[in-house]
Design a protein around this ligand. Structure first.
Ligand SMILES: Nc1nc2c(ncn2[C@@H]2O[C@H](COP(=O)(O)OP(=O)(O)O)[C@@H](O)[C@H]2O)c(=O)[nH]1
Ligand SMILES: [Mg+2]
Ligand SMILES: [Zn+2]
Length: 307
């Protein structure tokens, strides 16, 4: 007989996490409640981990290692620190709706975060059953389509749109993002039979936010692919790259940048700038303003670090 055998380790996928607790789906599909072994460990929805079975840590398993992440979608918290949202993604799905009042600057920030992370991205115009309010979305949505984003109309009430979205989600790991109340959890419920993603009645029920989705959750779609429903947010700012890389988050701007007179053009006031020359044409004033706002923030951040 040998001495104490090394505990058996398994690989798994984090489908939800909260503080030091995580729900892990094991290779055989079973769900295991795990705790984090060490203080230095932190997991987020979508992480691949190694875990051991154990009974001493208050869960059925203990996460001992987080496997290297392919990518990480993060946001800047109200305290100014980067906060992970979800890991190992292939696609970002930005959900917008006529109600609550749409914030397309927010949508631009999500799409930029997708571009910087190398994720595919599409836009879902949700609540398309609200016929009379839809017009407010038409111009910005037509613009997203023109610059190459797939734009899908969907509604928890109209099966057609949900089917198109289902097709778009097959075969990858997608994260639903967007303002609180646009219907992300409702779409999740329409796409994943039998789940009960918490639908946000916060705008009507309370101001405390206790009905909002508080952490991200990953679901496996019967039709293929994985879907992460992310928490309702009032605002989203991604960690910003260096000023010269900000344009990479705006595909129609990036496409023109190579033609600017100066290779380090930031598309602000430089002579011979193809981007500012296209303002109001192939680059809308709204998108250019979104870009310039992010550029300014990226510069501010840089100077704070240098100080
Ligand atoms: N009319 C209409 N209302 C919807 C639709 N989807 C969601 N809602 C409502 O919008 C509110 C917020 O939905 P929820 O799914 O929690 O949004 P989330 O915060 O993005 O997850 C709820 O009151 C839903 O009932 C839709 O397609 N049409
Ligand atoms: Mg929600
Ligand atoms: Zn330029």
């Amino acid at each position: 007989m040998r001495g104490a055998a090394a505990p058996t380790e398994f690989e798994g996928r984090v489908v939800a996490s909260h503080g030091r607790d995580a729900m892990v789906v094991a290779g055989d599909g079973s769900r295991v409640h795990c705790r984090l072994q060490a203080r230095r460990l932190a997991v987020v929805c979508g992480d691949r981990v190694r875990w051991q079975s154990a009974s001493t840590e208050g869960g059925a398993g203990v996460i001992v290692e987080v496997l290297p992440r392919v990518n990480l979608l993060a946001r800047i918290s109200s305290r100014g620190d980067p906060e992970p949202v979800a890991a190992n993604l292939t696609q970002l799905v930005a959900v917008v709706a006529a109600i609550p009042a749409p914030d397309f600057g927010l949508c631009d920030r999500y799409l930029a975060a997708a571009e910087w992370n190398g994720l595919a991205a599409c836009v879902v115009a949700n609540k398309s059953d609200l016929e009379d309010t839809r017009a407010s979305l038409d111009a910005p949505l037509a613009d997203y389509a023109r610059i190459g984003y797939t734009v899908l109309r969907a509604s928890k009430r109209l099966v057609d749109g949900v089917d198109a979205l289902r097709g778009r989600l097959a075969g990858g790991t997608s994260v639903l993002v967007g303002q609180s109340g646009v219907g992300k959890s409702s779409l999740t419920n329409a796409l994943v039979p039998g789940v009960a993603a918490a639908v946000d009645e916060v705008t009507r029920a309370s101001e405390s936010g206790r009905h909002t989705t508080t952490t991200a959750a990953l679901y496996t779609l019967p039709s293929g692919g994985e879907l992460i429903d992310s928490p309702g947010v009032r605002d989203f700012s991604p960690p910003l790259p260096a000023p010269r890389e900000v344009a990479g988050g705006f595909r129609e701007i990036a496409a023109l940048a190579a033609g600017c007179r100066f290779r380090d053009c930031l598309h602000r006031r430089e002579p011979g700038c193809r981007v500012t020359a296209a303002a109001g044409g192939s680059v809308t004033v709204r998108r250019l303003e979104s870009y310039l706002r992010m550029l300014e923030l990226a510069e501010e951040m840089g100077s704070r670090i240098r100080r």
